[in-house]
Design a protein around this ligand. Structure first.
Ligand code: TRP
Length: 327
């Protein structure tokens, strides 16, 4: 039996933060290490053109994201790690799929509506077509399992609609896909704990994986733990969850117990958490710096990943061309 094919990706939109890690990447590393899947992971740089980054920022963020993924333990020998734009096949399949996509399906996408509200001066057609390219990313490799956060659920349903539309028109070719949602709780902003942690809120709302111990301490000192109206503090709950994720079990249990007893000291919780996070990512910071300092290592890893991806993608495109009658 061939191993099931798992694929996911991430936009190169900034330094990764603990929300990205606990919400998605930790799970990718776990799935990789199980050894039960054939895995693809890619940097969605074509998707990132729908946003606001400059070309220079994009070029830099692609390399930073690649360095961070490798430093986190994505292992190029065990998982095909690549940059989307290194393969023209993604945009080629994207075009074919757009021609079987009913406009009405795209008009239902809530992420487009959200993004259109966020970037009112740049509501581009790429943003509208985003789910088509995402479907192409997945189907190009015949992936059947797609680990993503809940926010991507609608895009995966959309992908299955496209599978049906393509198969109805050109014959049974693509298999339906299944989402693999991660169970981890949503990580919240440090300064606005009612919102999901996100760089777009501001640098001090997030703990970046590359943050130095001093920065981690400073950001956590300022983290909001106060409650509105004396209820349970969402900020404190968030910090406790982070402590559970990053500290030794014993330390977490002490603080969880103090919380139950009602005598927890938030300044101590913040200190313990700062130490735990600094420690947890210390090897990561070192490896990240090494990779970014080496002129050869990352380009070689990404070239090898692209080559492996291409061997599959090119075959799919050849079959697609035959099926639609252009060759
Ligand atoms: N849209 C995803 C995100 O922003 C990134 C992405 C692009 C993706 N193509 C994909 C994820 C294909 C899974 C599969 O997080």
């Amino acid at each position: 039996m061939p191993k099931p094919i798992v694929l996911s990706g991430i936009q190169p939109t900034g330094n990764l933060h603990v929300g990205n890690y606990l919400g998605a990447l930790q799970n990718i590393v776990k799935l990789q290490n199980l050894g039960d899947y054939q895995m693809y992971y890619f940097i969605a740089d074509w998707h990132s053109l729908t946003g606001e980054m400059t070309a220079a920022e994009r070029r830099r963020q692609i390399m930073i994201t690649a360095a961070e993924l490798v430093a986190l333990g994505l292992e190029p020998e065990q998982l095909t790690l690549f940059v989307q734009s290194h393969l023209p096949e993604h945009t080629e399949l994207g075009w074919v799929l757009s021609t079987v996509t009913p406009m009405a399906l795209l008009q239902r996408m809530t992420q487009f509506k959200d993004k259109a509200e966020q970037q009112t001066k740049n509501i581009n057609a790429g943003l509208f077509n985003y789910p088509v390219l995402q479907a192409a990313d997945i189907l190009l490799y015949h992936a059947t399992l797609v680990p993503v956060g809940e926010d991507q659920a609608q895009h995966l349903e959309f992908t299955n609609d496209i599978v049906r539309a393509f198969n109805r028109r050109y014959g049974d070719y693509f298999a339906p896909i299944k989402p693999l949602f991660t169970k981890t709780a949503r990580v919240m902003s440090l300064l606005a704990p009612e919102k999901k942690m996100s760089k777009s809120l501001g640098a001090d709302h997030v703990l970046e994986l590359a943050d130095e111990p001093k920065a981690i301490e400073r950001k956590l000192k300022r983290a909001v733990t106060a409650t509105a109206g004396g209820g349970k503090s969402p900020g404190a709950a968030n910090l406790l969850e982070l402590l559970q994720a990053f500290a030794p079990a014993k330390i977490y249990q002490e603080f969880a117990e103090a919380e139950r007893q009602g005598n927890i000291r938030y300044s101590e919780l913040k200190q313990a958490l700062a130490a735990a996070v600094s420690d947890y990512f210390s090897a990561f910071r070192k490896r990240r710096a090494e990779l970014l300092a080496s002129p050869r290592e990352l380009p070689e890893i990404l070239a090898q990943g692209a080559e492996r991806a291409r061997s599959v993608a090119a075959k799919t495109i050849a079959e697609i061309r035959r099926l639609v009658g252009v060759r």
